[in-house]
Ligand binder design. Structure first.
Ligand code: 5MM
Length: 341
């Protein structure tokens, strides 16, 4: 009997569990590996991902799902165990990034639309067969004084909904990720501008999801937090970020959605944890609010590893720490003192 998307979605985000975004495409891995002086070979990518997936404490206690890039979905650990089995054994759900990247819109300068719908039905069947039970599609929304345009928002929202519907048809939970960028250039926008844009984007996305009959109980939303651009002179403390983010989410996201798992978007590890914690502190929310971080879960682990087999233990300790801190934040139980305890 096939599992229900509602049950899979719930399992991914419950009880302070979050999602490890390890779906960096090969080009993005190159940027990350360049920063630690490691060659971007398949062998190194496999060794690094194995280190993460074998971090028992983090995987068993804090991670409910792992987003993989296609190469990793079909890869094996050094002892021949498929990565999908390692992840399942840790009690987490394996997932797959299925979009083909954000491509520039021909007549809307500075905006992108994410491609990858052609042939997606067939690819989803193959990924299901390989063990993936959720998928991810990321729309990248530019932000400045004039962008995004209504046309840019609509094109991305429409594609997100078409992707989500195809996923649910295949028995796969869609993670719907409309990312309003915080670290694009120029990133001088204020938190108020991010509030306005995120609100418009989420309303359009949920309108499209509704029109295409997507079951909200069987999806996870992966939004940006409402924050000022990273180069804006006025930065905001966690309480202010939480206030703006929750006010947008409460107005735009139906209570039926199974869960909300934020991206970190270029925030430091500590900022991403503190902001998530502030959102979960004593508020009565209709959905679990958790993390689906890439950089904010991996930055310390990556630099502790540095490509050396002898550093695997140190890298795993760093990953365990971030996973644990974010899991506490997803329950509103994190305190800064715990970082050094
Ligand atoms: C892990 O990075 C994903 C993007 O990979 P590509 O740019 O190579 O396609 C990204 O979608 C990620 O899942 C989310 O943005 C969350 O990652 P951050 O680092 O923003 O938390």
């Amino acid at each position: 009997m096939s599992e229900r998307v509602e049950d899979i979605a719930e399992a991914m985000v419950q009880n302070g569990q979050g999602i490890l975004a390890a779906d960096e495409s090969t080009g993005t891995v190159k940027k990350r590996f360049d920063s630690i002086g490691v060659d971007n070979t398949e062998e190194n990518r496999q060794a690094y991902r194995e280190l993460l997936f074998r971090t028992a404490d983090a995987m068993n206690n804090s991670i409910g799902g792992v987003i993989l890039f296609e190469e990793t979905l079909f890869q094996k650990a050094a002892d021949g165990t498929p990565f999908v089995d390692l992840i399942r054994k840790a009690g987490a759900v394996p997932g797959i990034k299925v979009d083909m990247g954000a491509k520039s819109m021909p007549l809307l300068a500075g905006e992108t639309v994410t491609e990858g719908l052609d042939g997606l039905r067939e690819r989803l069947a193959k990924y299901y067969e390989a063990g993936a039970r959720f998928a991810k599609w990321r729309a990248v929304i530019a932000i400045d004084d004039v962008r995004p345009t209504v046309g840019g928002i609509k094109a991305n929202a429409h594609a997100l909904a078409r992707y989500a519907a195809l996923c649910q048809e295949a028995g796969i939970v869609p993670i719907v990720e409309p990312e309003v960028q915080m670290d694009a250039d120029p990133a001088t926008h204020t938190i108020e501008r991010c509030h306005e844009v995120t609100d418009a984007v989420l309303h359009t996305v949920f309108n499209e999801l509704h029109q295409q009959n997507v079951k909200l109980e069987g999806m996870v939303l992966k939004p940006n937090m409402v924050v000022p651009g990273s180069k804006c002179v006025t930065q905001c403390p966690p309480e202010v970020v939480a206030h703006h983010t929750l006010s947008v989410l409460r107005r735009a996201v139906p209570a039926a959605v199974a869960g909300i798992a934020f991206l970190s978007g270029g925030q430091s590890e500590l900022e991403a944890t503190a902001n998530l914690n502030a959102m979960n502190s004593g508020k009565n929310l209709p959905w679990p609010l958790t993390f689906s971080y890439g950089r904010a879960l991996q930055a310390s682990a990556l630099s502790a590893w540095g490509g050396a087999a002898g550093n695997v233990g140190a890298a795993q300790a760093a990953f365990t720490q971030r996973a644990k801190m974010n899991s506490l934040a997803a329950k509103g139980e994190w305190k800064e003192e715990l970082e050094t305890a």
